[in-house]
Each structure stands twice: as structure tokens, then as C-alpha cells.
Design a protein around this ligand. Structure first.
Ligand code: NAD
Ligand code: UDX
Length: 463
């Protein structure tokens, strides 16, 4: 089967960039990205390309090239499903906030809605692709809904998890380490796998396109995120030990990373990992293990989250302790709010939790982030429901200039590793602050020696 029409349900951080790259690389395929969220679709269609809803380096150029040619953003979900041969499901799968599995399991209500809508609309055979990250064996549930509520047409379900990281989404999509496609081992399943392989083969080497059974593919995605997050929690655990022993975590990371079995990547000690994926996916893994009675497996992976929460708390406690055990009404400036550099995404950002702790200690927080708005920062804090909206407004002020944000502060905390922070005139910042001027580098990106020579009392992670 030759694919000429693709629909993607969900125009978010995965659906938007992924489909933009498919459209750019496959001009012969019409790609329509649909979403229930009208504002999001309006933003994707904004004539001013700088206003598209997701900031990723290189993304606006790709959207500008393909949009209106073979890339379309629309709210007409049913029309797009009806026309497409392949439907990617790329909707959110957040942690459940209610009922059985609350706080652990993935909430699959949006996935089920998609399956029901596809079943209702489809009049011809279709390939349905799980792009969202899903619990292992979700394809079974999707198939059951499609087969039992559909119009008698045939569906093939493929699992094709996405491994892009935010901030590098475009390069990750253009040069993926691998593409993973899981499908049924029947001849129809194999035909569907081949059709999707052929789409990716337009720009990805065939050797990098891995095909497996559906369950392996679904579980590989959760496993990859668990292993990646585990590395961060492992190095963060060592960072605390470094602080007690005089070892330097950056030196330890370098030393172990040169072992080719360990490798140098993903060993940066930090204030803790954030983002919409790691915590959600590990909690989901823990829940799945528990549901099979595998308590040791569940406890093992849960430690990754426990360590991460500890690291965030440890960072805020260190600020309070260092500032003579009180931050009440002291101005503390956050440089960065996004969960990592080069994204405007703040989901599960460590900054939110560190700010919350410090506000509990009655600190005044000033925030500067190059890509995150003041409204977003307020809504992130309000979402925690720790205190009233008015109190958050009173305690947290956002600046669009780092120098203004740092003026009269007692301490600066670096929460995101934005490159521009290293280029600042730190003497000027120091001169504008209360003394002693403290700097807590939650990302170990600044030059400690230089800052200390200016007069800062510098605290990195793990040194
Ligand atoms: P997102 O919240 O940015 O986007 C999801 C979109 O789906 C939203 O715009 C929402 O309105 C839309 N949606 C939900 N239900 C819908 C429905 N029934 N019909 C039409 N639209 C609907 O989420 P995301 O970050 O793009 O993540 C999507 C999935 O991809 C999740 O399962 C996530 O775990 C996975 N994933 C995310 C990343 C990442 O870096 N963000 C990376 C790999 C995998
Ligand atoms: C992650 C996975 O990397 C990606 O493959 C998957 O598809 C989605 O989840 P993402 O969350 O976008 O991607 O970013 P990532 O680069 O993994 O960073 C996650 C968090 O870990 C960030 O807060 C980052 O700052 C932190 N991190 C990362 C560290 O603290 N140290 C590191 O060495 C690496």
C-alpha cells in the first residue's frame, strides 16, 4: 500500500513537529494535523510564523515550507480521519488524577475517545498508529474498540513511539537514532508495518528502522524513558555524596562517562529532571509492574522518582539554609523556568517546585525566562493549589530582562540551562544585588571560579 494521506490527532509537542517533518520530507503525502483545541490550531495557522504555538529551534522554518503545500492544521477531526489511510494518535496521556490508579496510571480517556471517533468515521480500511506513549498492551484495547464499534472495516494497529526530546525535536526527527515500529505478525500486520517503514524511509536509513511486535514496541518506549531518567537520578544521588565528601560531581561524571560501557551522555547533575514524560512514564511503569504483582520491579523504578523529588527539595532547602535559615521577604531571582533550554514547555519543571517551597518560606520570587510568559508561570503555580491565586501573584513577579530581575536580589537560582545566562555581565549583576550575593547554579552551567572572583558566594550541584 502506498501512503498518500496521513491524519494526526493531536497538534501538541509531538504531533506538530513530527508531522511537520514528515510533510517536509514527503511532499507526495498530504498530512493533516487535527486537534479539538481551536486556539492551538489557530496558532499553528498563524500567518506570522513566529507565533506558532511550540518553540523548537528550526521548527518554524519547516512549518513555513510545508504549511499550505502538503501540511494542514485543522479542527475538522472527522473529515481528516475519513480521508486518511494512516491515522496517528498523538494525544496526551497524562497521569490519572482520579479513581483507580490515581497519581500513577496513564489516563487513557483521550486515547479511547480517538479510537471511538475513528471507529465511527472510518468507511475504508485504515492503519492506526500509536504515537502517544502508552502502557504495554494498549493496542489490545484500541483494537477491541475499533473492531466492536466500527463499520466493519479492517484496522491494523501499529505502535510507533516517539523518541524526540524537546529543545532538539527537529534534529532528533531529522536524524533519529532509530525509528521503532511494532505491529501484528500476520500478513496484514506486516503489510501495514511496511507501509509505515516506507514513509520514514524517505529520509531515514533502512538500518535504523526497527520493527518488532506491538508489545515490545509499546514497552520499549517506557523502558527508554525509565533508563534515561534513572541515569539522572543516579548522578544526582552521587551529587549529594559529592557535596559531603569534597568530590566534584562534574569530575565524577567525566571520569565514569569515559568508560565506553557507561558513555558520556545524560550524566549532568541538576536540580532534578522535569518535562512531561519522565515522571509520568515511570509512574506508569511502576503501576503496570504492581498490577502484575511485581512489587520488587515497581519499587526499583519508583526510587528514580523518589530521588528526583529529593533533589528538588534539597535544592530549595539549601537556598534557605545558606541564606541564614530565612528567606522571608527576600528577593530570590530565578533564571529560567522552562524544564530545559530551547523550549517554552514548563510541564513538571523543577522551577515550579523550588518556587513553591520558597514561597512557603515567604520568599519573593523574581523570574526571568527567555521563552516563558508571566501568565504561564502563574498558572503553573496555581495548578499546585498550595495557596490563593492572589498570593502567588503577590509573591512571584516576572521580568523580561535578566538584569532587572536580578536587581536588589539576595540570591540568584539558575533553574534552566539557557545558553545566554553564561554570556551575561556578571559583575554588573553582582553590583546590583544585596550583599552577600548568593548564586545557586542548579544546572552547573556558570563559571564558578569567575563568579567567586567577582564576590558571589557560589553553590553548584554536587561540588
Ligand atoms: P500535548 O498535550 O502537547 O498535545 C496533545 C494534544 O492532543 C493537545 O493539543 C490536545 O488538545 C489534543 N487532543 C487530546 N484529545 C484529543 C482528541 N480526542 N481529539 C483531538 N485532539 C485531542 O502532548 P504531547 O507532549 O504532544 O504528548 C503527546 C503524547 O506523546 C503523550 O503520550 C506523550 O507521553 C508522548 N511523548 C511526548 C514527548 C514530548 O517530548 N512531549 C516525547 C515523546 C512522546
Ligand atoms: C525525554 C526523552 O529524552 C525523550 O527521548 C522522550 O521522547 C521524551 O522524554 P525531554 O523530556 O523532552 O525528552 O527532554 P530531556 O532532554 O530528556 O530532559 C528531561 C529532563 O532531564 C530535563 O529537565 C533536563 O534538564 C534533565 N536532564 C537531562 C538532566 O538533569 N541531566 C541530564 O544529563 C539530562
Amino acid at each position: 500500500m502506498k501512503i498518500t494521506k496521513i491524519c494526526c490527532i493531536g497538534a501538541g509537542y509531538v504531533g506538530g513537529p513530527t508531522m511537520a517533518v514528515i510533510a517536509q520530507k514527503c511532499p507526495h503525502i498530504q498530512v493533516t494535523v487535527v486537534d479539538l483545541n481551536e486556539q492551538r490550531i489557530t496558532d499553528w495557522n498563524d500567518p506570522d510564523i513566529d507565533n506558532i504555538p511550540i518553540y523548537e529551534p528550526g521548527l518554524s522554518e519547516i512549518v513555513a515550507e510545508a504549511r499550505g503545500r502538503n501540511l494542514f492544521f485543522s479542527t475538522e477531526v472527522e473529515k481528516a480521519i475519513d480521508e486518511a489511510q494512516v491515522i496517528f494518535i498523538s494525544v496526551n496521556t497524562p497521569t490519572k488524577t482520579y479513581g483507580k490508579g490515581k497519581g500513577m496510571a496513564a489516563d487513557l480517556k483521550y486515547i479511547e475517545l480517538c479510537a471511538r471517533q475513528i471507529a465511527k468515521v472510518a468507511k475504508q480500511n485504515k492503519i492506526v498508529v500509536e504515537k502517544s506513549t502508552l502502557p504495554v498492551r494498549t493496542a489490545e484495547a484500541i483494537k477491541s474498540i475499533l473492531d466492536n464499534t466500527g463499520n466493519g472495516v479492517q484496522f491494523q494497529i501499529l505502535s510507533n513511539p516517539e523518541f524526540l526530546a524537546e529543545g532538539t525535536a527537529v534534529t532528533d526527527l531529522l536524524n533519529p537514532d532509530r525509528i521503532l515500529i511494532g505491529g501484528d505478525t500476520t500478513s496484514e500486520g506486516e503489510e501495514a508495518i511496511k507501509a509505515l517503514v516506507d514513509v520514514y524511509a524517505n529520509w531515514v536509513d533502512k538500518e535504523k528502522i526497527l520493527t518488532t511486535n506491538v508489545w515490545s514496541s509499546e514497552l520499549s518506549k517506557l523502558t527508554a524513558n525509565a533508563f534515561l531518567a534513572q541515569r539522572i537520578s543516579s548522578i544526582n544521588a552521587m551529587s549529594e555524596l559529592c557535596e559531603k565528601t569534597g568530590a566534584d560531581v562534574n569530575e565524577v561524571a567525566r571520569a565514569i562517562g569515559m568508560d565506553s560501557r557507561i558513555g558520556p551522555k545524560f550524566l549532568k547533575a541538576s536540580v532534578g529532571f522535569g518535562g512531561s514524560c519522565f515522571q509520568k512514564d515511570i509512574l506508569n511503569l511502576v503501576y503496570i509492574a504492581k498490577s502484575y504483582g511485581l512489587n520488587e520491579v515497581a519499587d526499583y523504578w519508583e526510587q528514580v522518582i523518589i530521588m528526583n523529588d529529593h533533589q528538588k527539595k534539597r535544592f530549595s532547602s539549601k537556598i534557605v539554609q545558606t541564606l541564614y535559615n530565612t528567606v522571608a521577604d527576600k528577593k530570590i531571582t530565578f533564571l529560567g523556568w522552562a524544564f530545559k533550554k530551547d523550549t517554552n514547555d514548563t510541564r513538571e519543571s523543577a522551577a515550579i517546585y523550588v518556587a513553591d517551597d520558597l514561597i512557603n518560606e515567604q520568599a519573593k520570587i523574581a523570574v526571568y525566562d527567555p521563552k516563558v510568559s508571566g501568565n504561564k508561570i502563574q498558572s503553573d503555580l496555581n495548578y499546585l493549589e498550595t495557596r490563593s491565586i492572589e498570593e502567588n501573584k503577590d509573591r512571584v513577579v516576572t521580568f523580561d530582562n535578566a538584569y532587572e530581575a536580578c536587581k536588589d536580589a539576595h540570591a540568584i537560582a539558575v533553574l534552566t540551562e539557557w545558553d545566554e545566562f553564561a554570556t551575561y555581565d556578571w559583575q554588573r549583576i553582582y553590583d546590583s544585588m544585596h550583599k552577600p550575593a548568593f548564586l545557586f547554579d542548579g544546572r552547573n552551567i556558570l563559571d564558578a571560579e569567575k563568579l567567586e572572583s567577582i564576590g558571589f558566594i557560589y553553590n553548584g550541584i554536587g561540588s
